[in-house]
Design a protein around this ligand. Structure first.
Ligand code: UD1
Ligand code: BG6
Length: 370
C-alpha cells in the first residue's frame, strides 16, 4: 500500500525517520553503573568474544548493500581495532579468495536471498569462518544459514532501488561497531557521541527530507544531461557510490561515484563547464581536503553542485555553484543524512524523465541467479 505516495520508492524514502526508529528500537538501552545508554544486539551477544578475537573482518555484499557496508567500514575499524576488508560477493568467488577460520565475515543483504552473496556464504562456511548476517528478511536464506546476525527491521522494501534498507543497514553496522568495540574510559566520549547522534538521527532525517522540492528543482536542471559525477571521500565515499547507483538504476542516466582522492589520477580529464558534478563536502576530518577539491574543480570551470553542512554554503563555494545544505550529525553517521537528498534527486529525475520508478528496466529486486 503506497498510501499518499505515487511510488513505493517515494514512500520508502519518506518513511526513513520511522524505519530508522524501528531499526534502533530496543537496541539502545540503559545499563551499567553509569546508567548510560549502550548497545544491545540480541543476535550477536553470544558471539562478541569470538568476533573480537578474529584477525580480520570481511564485509561481503552486492549493490546497495555493499555500499552500506563501505559506509560503515571506517567506524568498525576505529572501534574494533580489527582490519576490515570489503568484498563484492561475485568477485570473492571469481578469485576464490582466501578465507580463514579466524576471519569474521559479515554478509549484508536486504533480501537475504541474493545468489552471489549466498554462494559467498556457502564458500565462507566451508572455509570455517564465523559468518554473520545483516539482513532485512526474517527467515531468509542468509538469516538461516549464518551463525548469527542482526535483522535491520526496516520493514518490507518494495521499490527495486533500495533506499530505507540502506540507511538502516548503516545504522545497524554502526551499532555492531559499538557492540564489538571496547567500552573503556578512553573510548567513552566517542561512544557516547555516536549513541547520542543515533538517537537524534530520525529527527535529522526528517529535517533533510524537507529538501524534497529543492531536489525536484535540481532534477529539472539535470533532466537532459547524459552523465552526472559524484565525488566523495572518507565516510562519504560510499555516499558518492550509492548516490550514483540510485541515479543510474532508476533515472537511467550514466552516473559515477568517484573517490575524490583519485581525482587527479584520471577523472579530472572529464571536467568542463558542461558536465554536472556533485561534490560531498560536509564537515569531518576530510573537509579541508574537499575544499581544495572544490577549488581545483572551480579552476577548471566545473559545473558544481556542492553538498555541505548547514550554514557552510557561501564559505564552501561562494556564489558560483549550486548548494545542498544538510544538518550536521556525528561524522560516522553523516552518510545516513547525506544520501537522502541524492535519493530524492534520483527519484525526481526518474519521474521527470518518464521512467518506471519502482521497476527499473532490466533490474530485479532480488537477484537469485548468478
Ligand atoms: C529478537 C526477536 C524480536 C524480539 C527481540 C526481543 C526475531 C526474528 N527477533 O530480536 O522479534 O522483539 O528478540 O528480545 O525473532 N540471525 C542470524 N542471521 C541473520 C540475522 C539474524 O543468524 O542474518 C539470528 C540472530 O543471531 C538471532 C536471531 O536471528 O539469534 C534474531 O535476530 P534479531 O532479530 O536481530 O535479534 P533481536 O534483535 O534480539
Ligand atoms: C539487486 C537490487 O541488484 O540486488 C539492488 O536491485 C540491491 O537494489 C542488490 O542492492 C543486492 O540485494 P540484497 O537483497 O542482497 O541487498
Amino acid at each position: 500500500n503506497k498510501g499518499k505516495y505515487e511510488h513505493y520508492m517515494q514512500k520508502e524514502i519518506h518513511e526513513q525517520p520511522e524505519s530508522l526508529t524501528t531499526t534502533m528500537r530496543g537496541r539502545l538501552i540503559r545499563g551499567g553503573s553509569s546508567n548510560r545508554k549502550s548497545v544491545l544486539l540480541g543476535g550477536l551477544k553470544d558471539h562478541l568474544k569470538t568476533i573480537r578475537r578474529s584477525r580480520r573482518i570481511v564485509f561481503i555484499g552486492c549493490g546497495t548493500s555493499y555500499n552500506a557496508a563501505l559506509a560503515a567500514r571506517t567506524i568498525l575499524e576505529e572501534l574494533s581495532g580489527i582490519p576490515v576488508t570489503m568484498e563484492i560477493a561475485s568477485d570473492l568467488l571469481d578469485r576464490q579468495a582466501p578465507v580463514y577460520r579466524d576471519d569474521t565475515i559479515i554478509f549484508v543483504s536486504q533480501s537475504g536471498e541474493t545468489a552471489d552473496t549466498l554462494n559467498a556464504l556457502e564458500y565462507s562456511l566451508s572455509n570455517g569462518a564465523l559468518c554473520v548476517g545483516i539482513t532485512n528478511t526474517v527467515g531468509s536464506a542468509i538469516a538461516r544459514n549464518t551463525h548469527c546476525g542482526v535483522h535491520i527491521n526496516a520493514g518490507s522494501e518494495i521499490g527495486v532501488a533500495s533506499t530505507k534498507a540502506y540507511t538502516s543497514q548503516i545504522v545497524v553496522m554502526a551499532m555492531v561497531a559499538l557492540a564489538i568495540g571496547a567500552d573503556t574510559i578512553s573510548t567513552k566520549p566517542r561512544r557516547e557521541a555516536i549513541i547520542e547522534s543515533l538517537l537524534e538521527l530520525p529527527g535529522k532525517v526528517k529535517q533533510v527530507l524537507k529538501l524534497d522540492e529543492e531536489m525536484k528543482d535540481l532534477a529539472k536542471s539535470l533532466i537532459s544531461e547524459q552523465s552526472l559525477l559524484m565525488f566523495g571521500r572518507g565516510y562519504n565515499y560510499a555516499t558518492a557510490l550509492e548516490g550514483a547507483l540510485k541515479v543510474k538504476e532508476v533515472a537511467l542516466m550514466h552516473s559515477e561515484g568517484i573517490l575524490a582522492g583519485e581525482m587527479k589520477h584520471g577523472p579530472l580529464a572529464l571536467v568542463d563547464e558542461h558536465l554536472p558534478i556533485v561534490v560531498i563536502a560536509t564537515r569531518d576530518q576530510c573537509f579541508s581536503k574537499q575544499q581544495s577539491v572544490i577549488q581545483q574543480l572551480k579552476a577548471r570551470k566545473g559545473r558544481l553542485i556542492v553538498m555541505c553542512s548547514e550554514g557552510d554554503g557561501t564559505a564552501v563555494c561562494g556564489s558560483s555553484c549550486r548548494v545542498i545544505e544538510v544538518p550536521l550529525v556525528v561524522d560516522c553517521l553523516q552518510p545516513v543524512v547525506n544520501i537522502v537528498p541524492l535519493q530524492l534527486l534520483a527519484y525526481h529525475l526518474t519521474v521527470l524523465r518518464g521512467y518506471n520508478v519502482d521497476q527499473p528496466r532490466n533490474l530485479a529486486k532480488s537477484v537469485t541467479t548468478e
